[in-house]
Design a protein around this ligand. Structure first.
Ligand code: GAP
Length: 451
């Protein structure tokens, strides 16, 4: 819907961001001390903050700032009946091929050339494609076997559909209204990869918006625009975002129309989120399978109908990675107060996304600076996530905070002891301003909490 942007993919960015993630504590390979667990990741002290901020920003915009959306936190373990009715047992499959030569496995639909193995380069060595179901199956209770099977949910969406009646009866909402959920989902991906882009365990942020059938197209258009705007409002550059409507042969088994919000990753354009017009597929399927009436009775019009569903479905972990990539920048600057040039890496996060909002930095480790620095820290902490760092020269600490994406550093120096003021240093402009301690929170608030 928007014109083709001018930006181009930067393949070198991928390694830079992955290295920074490890070095600065955003993301670690999982079970690393045991040699790692393929394509699975743990979020470190910085990563957990980033991820939490992404989820909070989504929840704020999708639930908190609206009157028509309520939240839900449904179970991850679910019985086969749910997935039978939703169509996942039958349809949630990828075509799997094995190379007879090197024994590597691939998703047929993701191969550049379906006749050539990308691992060993041999031609026509693939087996016939088999449909491989992506759901993780496990067993509830002590006895494994038929009747005890349960599934780890491969999407959060079904939790909203199977609770439609509960929410309708308890929340006093009526169509158009939505149910939103953030949580883990699990898919036994054949080819996980590109760092946290495609993993077997990931977090989703999904909302099911139930509408009168004749309003479905209008709300589909509305949510496409709304979701694109959300990424922009958090600082994603216009030329690295686009909305791409699916071709008919790409549509999922439930969808009559889907558009993806795509981001320009280092390997090219790829999906951040799908916005789907799911029609009445889900409620009808669950009503049929469960025997429950999953409808809405419109008293004013004296009519009963099955609402249609518009679903914006985003990935939290994938989006956090996109924010990292969009924020990454390198530039030549003058090191504060030295007149010497140096290069710096800076993550230009929007303040709402930045892991730490403020870093409190006593100029030196001298004992007399500790009391005022701790005082400043305790003034700031109730309002924002703050880092405290008293090691190394101040210039190196600024560089570290630049790499963490901290928007503002607050430095406590020896003048503070006389004037009860601190120096606030801006991450992007590197400008410094002297601010009284007593007015510090009021100074920071519009800079950190402004829209
Ligand atoms: N309920 C619809 C649904 O789940 P989807 O396109 O399969 O749709 C929605 O998933 C979003 O979840 C994707 O756009 C992506 O951001 C995220 N996602 C899906 N599979 C993922 C994976 N294996 N790893 C990380 N994120 C994933």
């Amino acid at each position: 819907m928007n014109s083709e942007p001018a930006a181009s993919a930067d393949p070198g960015l991928f390694d830079k961001v992955v290295n920074l993630c490890k070095r600065r504590g955003f993301v670690y390979p999982s079970a690393e001390i045991y040699g790692g667990f393929r394509s699975t990741y743990d979020y470190g002290p910085l990563g957990v903050l980033l991820l939490r901020n992404v989820k909070d920003a989504w929840w704020r915009s999708m639930v908190q700032l609206r009157h028509d959306v309520v939240g839900l936190d449904a179970a991850i373990l679910s019985p086969p009946a749910v997935w039978e009715a939703s169509g996942h047992l039958k349809n949630f499959t990828d075509p799997l091929v094995d190379c007879r030569n090197c024994r590597e496995r691939f998703r047929l639909d993701k191969l550049d050339d379906p006749h050539t193995c990308p691992n060993c380069g041999k031609h026509d060595t693939f087996t016939e494609a088999r449909q491989f179901n992506l759901m993780f199956k496990t067993y509830a209770g002590p006895v494994e076997g038929k009747g005890a099977e349960v599934y780890l949910r491969p999407e959060t969406a079904q939790g909203m559909f199977i609770n439609f009646k509960n929410v309708l009866e308890t929340s006093r909402k009526r169509p158009p209204f939505g149910i939103a959920q953030v949580g883990k989902s699990f898919r036994n991906e054949i080819t996980p990869g590109n760092f946290v882009f495609r993993t077997r365990e990931f977090e989703q942020m999904e909302m099911e918006y139930f509408v009168p059938p004749d309003e479905a197209e209008k709300w589909y258009q509305y949510w496409c625009q709304e979701r694109l705007d959300w990424y922009r409002s958090l600082g994603m550059p216009d030329d690295r975002l686009r909305l791409r409507p699916h071709d008919a042969d790409e549509l999922s088994h439930y969808s009559s129309g889907t558009s993806d919000v795509e981001f320009l990753f280092p390997w090219g354009w790829d999906e951040l989120e799908g916005i789907a017009n799911r029609g009445d597929y889900d409620l009808t399927a669950h009503a049929k399978a469960s025997g429950e009436r999953l409808e809405y009775f419109d008293q004013a019009a004296n009519e009963r109908y099955v609402p249609h569903v518009i679903e914006p479905a985003a990935g939290a972990t994938r989006t956090a990675m996109a924010f990292l990539m969009a924020a990454y920048d390198e530039e030549e600057v003058e090191r504060e107060g030295t007149g010497k040039g140096e290069s710096r890496v800076v993550l230009r996060f929007h303040p709402r996304i930045a892991p730490y909002k403020v870093a409190v930095l006593p100029l030196s480790k001298k004992v007399e600076l500790q009391a005022p620095a701790r005082e400043v820290l305790s003034l700031v902490q109730p309002h924002w996530m703050a880092d405290y760092d008293e090691t190394q020269a101040i210039g190196r600490r600024y560089r570290r905070q630049d790499e963490l994406g901290t928007p503002l550093c607050v430095t406590v120096d020896f003048d503070t002891l006389d004037d009860r003021a601190v120096t606030v240093r801006d991450r992007d402009s590197m400008a410094q301003e002297r601010v009284p301690i007593d007015g510090l929170v009021d100074y920071l608030r519009p800079r950190l909490d402004g829209e």
